[in-house]
Ligand binder design. Structure first.
Ligand code: CP
Length: 290
């Protein structure tokens, strides 16, 4: 595989293959590149989970890593994204993990020969997050077909929502979205959270992305929680077998009540753990073809 930038470019077989490989890594499968491969982590936007779990994943595969610091780089001298990436290709990196605020940034990088793993492009895509979400769902339910999921929150600005909406539908899941009407995405199936909560297998909450807004929030944190958040009352209405997911970072007491973050139904920290295995599988897919 030469790159993973958008899950719509991958067949369902390729997606299932990455998930199965990640589950195999979790069960103890090992691959060792013996420090002969170098993975560069280029984050032009803040990240905790994605950055450090890609770094951990590369280390687990016996790769060396280079961690680019945008704030202390020649970006400050006007260097373009293409030229920064070309530098990491030229000095011998074998894969580039890139997060960038611009949607579809990777289209500018099509001349590069080094494989690219998209770690998030603006409000576009977040393939590694979707894959770790799917791994978590597969571990929980053993299948995708027919599962009901509601994604609640700032759908319009969320790359997680956009990646998941399409791939989950392709896998046969019934995907609903909910949250403030001003964050609705045209063309997506919109429902009121309270109308569907009892029927959902998965309740996926999203963070309000204040950094992508332009002062358009019309509600307080308390009001948001009351209308759209997973409160204790809504938690009690969930199916016994249902689970809670959230890509994090979490705004506690906004999209989810603080004490529910580590509740019995929560898989939020399992998602983070699975992120390392999924990123190992993604890195291996591009490095083995190098
Ligand atoms: N879920 C996620 O992408 O988190 P980070 O922004 O911390 O990487």
């Amino acid at each position: 595989m030469k790159k993973i930038v958008d899950l719509n470019d991958l067949s369902l077989e390729q997606i299932q293959d990455i998930i199965d490989e990640a589950i195999a890594f979790k069960k103890g499968k090992t691959i060792d590149y013996h420090q002969k491969k170098v993975v560069a982590n280029l984050f032009f936007e803040p990240s905790t989970r994605t950055h450090y779990s890609f770094d951990m994943a590369a280390g687990n595969l016996g790769c060396r890593t280079q961690n680019f610091e945008a704030s202390n780089s020649s970006l400050k001298k006007g260097e373009t994204l293409y030229d920064t990436c070309k530098l990491f290709e030229s000095i011998g990196c074998d894969a580039l993990v890139i997060r960038h605020p611009e949607e579809d940034y990777y289209k500018q990088l099509e001349n590069l020969k080094v494989p690219i793993l998209n770690a998030g492009d603006g409000r576009g895509n977040h393939p590694s997050q979707s894959l770790l979400d799917l791994m978590t769902i597969k571990e929980e339910f053993g299948h995708f077909e027919g599962l009901n999921v509601v994604i609640v929150g700032d759908i319009f600005h969320s790359r997680v929502a956009h990646s998941n909406y399409h791939v989950m539908q392709r896998l046969g899941m019934n995907v609903y979205t909910s949250g403030p009407l001003e964050y609705k995405q045209e063309g997506y199936h919109y429902v009121h959270f309270d109308d569907v909560i009892e029927d959902m297998d998965i309740v996926m909450l999203l963070r309000v992305q204040h950094e992508r807004h332009i002062g358009d929030e019309n509600f307080s944190k308390e009001k948001y929680h009351q209308i759209y958040g997973l409160s204790l009352e809504r938690y009690k209405r969930m199916k016994d077998s249902a689970i809670i997911m959230h890509p994090a970072p979490i705004n506690r007491d906004v999209e989810i009540k603080d004490e529910l973050v580590e509740s019995e139904k929560s898989r939020i920290f399992t998602q983070m753990q699975n992120g390392v295995y999924v990123r190992m599988a993604m890195l291996h897919k591009v490095l083995e073809d190098e």
